[in-house]
Ligand binder design. Structure first.
Ligand SMILES: C[S@@+](CC[C@H](N)C(=O)[O-])C[C@H]1O[C@@H](n2cnc3c(N)ncnc32)[C@H](O)[C@@H]1O
Ligand code: SF4
Ligand code: SF4
Length: 473
């Protein structure tokens, strides 16, 4: 008797004619087409005996000889077990032992992940979600309360803080599970300020999501890390602006915040939950943000540096006063290139790939509204977290499925392609551009189809720096 079950860190989902399985830490993943779906569906959280699985498969696919079914299934299980996607054992005890075997969970999560097949799932899903919008990932802001008042924050400081009712969050999580959502991100405001943060995490675990958290880590204590561990959280993302207390605390508006955030990060790290640091570079940390990169590199923590600032969701651009000027942006770009080898590799890959811009004509700009939905702390839904103002419905009034399937605003967004940006299709810097609807929308008083001159300036800067650095060699 060989028992088979999903690995505790692996998650599977089934969409129209497609199966997908992924390990949340290694990001090793596999796609299954219509002919292989039954095999993947047979592997669940509850252990099952191989012979029982084969007997069921025989009923589902009677045109394939039973010996062939068994051989196919056993071959598949060997491959998936090597990738930490399934676990096997001759008894329940052995299964338990095997599933607790430690393996390398990269602290520094890979961007793309490992894929053992010729079809890259990211590329496959980009086209798949374009044709079949599927709510694959959702961010839920549990509360807009925050213990910080960050200078750059896109949430207007004058807004009245609200939290989602726990009952409503549970209901939304059930609806998302039914819709096949794989990834749920809890954010805010500060999500740890929600009174039922722990209960909500455990509910998300029962609903079998990949769970990520965005938090300033100030309130992390032993109780919080216990919940994070129990919920097998995939990533704890936190913001660090500088290792100089004065600079970090000036940005957050709270003296002592760096010290407390570092203590929180330490506790999360001790629980073996992968940490990811977000470091926004702005005027206030321009001369000390590098200390965060150095600190992260020493600890093997992934650090994402960004200097693109979103205007406030109420079209107020006051927070953009913290944005770097072009001279500093250029210097920071050069510093990051020197620091991070991966940017150099990225540049070389752009050099190699000659992109046919015309092939993008009918393609979407991004995933917003195609595979993701942002649910804010008052229940309003938006295509993504920066796109607050483009309200597509409220979960207090409508089921998520109705919003996702019937919103005119989402339909409108889904119909936008690069064809709507004729100037971009003629642009020599197209490959270097990360134009964003939300940025257009917030900075152009609600016009998402008008790109911003700041975007163009940064893109041309990137192209110039890349040309100097890589194209000469
Ligand atoms: C809104 S916060 C919520 C989670 C948590 N309170 C925190 O700060 O990590 C999520 C992320 O958005 C970033 N952020 C806030 N305002 C921004 C802006 N105007 N432009 C770009 N990113 C911003 C923060 O730096 C943080 O990394
Ligand atoms: S901690 Fe996060 S939500 Fe709070 S003010 Fe700062 S960026 Fe905004
Ligand atoms: S740089 Fe400006 S014109 Fe060029 S692709 Fe980007 S947004 Fe469009």
């Amino acid at each position: 008797m060989t028992l088979v079950k999903l690995h505790p860190d692996a998650f599977s989902r089934f969409y129209d004619g497609v199966g997908y399985i992924v390990n949340q830490f290694t990001r090793t993943n596999n796609l299954f087409d219509i002919n292989e779906l039954d095999y993947l569906k047979a592997i669940a959280r509850i252990p099952r005996d191989t012979d029982d699985i084969v007997a069921d498969l025989q009923i589902q696919i009677p045109h394939i000889p039973v010996d062939q079914i068994k051989a196919n299934f056993c071959k598949l299980v060997v491959v998936l077990e090597n990738e930490k996607l399934v676990v096997t054992g001759e008894s329940l005890e052995e299964l338990k032992t095997n599933e607790s075997v430690a393996y390398e969970k990269p602290y520094n999560i890979l961007e793309q992940g490992n894929t053992v097949q010729s079809i890259n799932p990211a590329i496959f899903f980009y086209s798949y979600f374009d044709k079949h919008p599927t709510l694959f990932a959702s961010q839920i802001d549990l509360t807009s309360h925050c213990n910080f008042t960050c200078r750059h924050c896109f949430y207007p400081p004058e807004r009245i803080p609200v939290s989602l009712d726990t009952g409503l969050v549970f209901d939304v999580l059930d609806q998302l599970a039914e819709m096949g959502t794989l990834i749920v991100t809890f954010s805010g405001g500060e999500p740890l300020l929600h009174k039922d943060f722990g209960k909500i995490l455990l509910k998300a675990r029962r609903n079998d999501f990949i769970i990520t958290i965005q938090s300033n880590a100030f309130l992390v204590d032993e109780r919080v890390t216990e919940y994070l561990r129990e919920a097998n959280v995939c990533t704890f993302q936190t913001s660090l602006y500088s290792m100089k207390p004065d600079d970090h605390d000036r940005i957050t508006g709270l003296p002592g915040s760096l010290k407390k955030t570092l203590q929180g990060i330490e506790l999360v790290g001790q629980s073996s939950i992968p940490i990811c640091v977000g470091c926004h570079v702005m005027k206030s940390n321009r001369h000390s943000y590098m200390s965060v990169l150095e600190w992260s590199a020493k600890r093997g923590v992934r650090c994402m540096v960004d200097f693109f600032m979103m205007a406030r969701s109420n079209f107020c651009t006051e927070n953009l006063g913290e944005s770097l000027n072009m001279k500093d942006t250029e210097e920071v770009t050069r510093e990051m290139l020197q620091y991070e080898n991966k940017y150099v590799e990225f540049g070389k890959s752009i050099k190699k790939a000659s992109i046919d811009i015309n092939s993008f004509r009918n393609k979407p700009i991004c995933d917003a509204g195609k595979s993701m939905l942002y649910i804010s702390s008052d229940g309003d839904c938006y295509p993504c977290a920066g796109f607050v103002g483009y309200n597509v419905g409220n979960v207090r009034q409508l089921p998520v499925k109705d919003i996702w399937n019937n919103s005119d605003m989402l339909s409108r967004l889904r119909s936008v392609t690069w064809n709507d940006f004729p100037e971009c299709l003629e642009c020599e810097a197209f490959q270097y551009c990360s134009m964003c609807f939300a940025r257009n929308f917030n900075e152009n008083k609600g016009n998402m189809l008008k790109h911003t001159s700041h975007q163009c300036d940064i893109t041309h800067l990137n192209m110039r720096v890349a040309t100097e650095r890589w194209f000469k060699s």
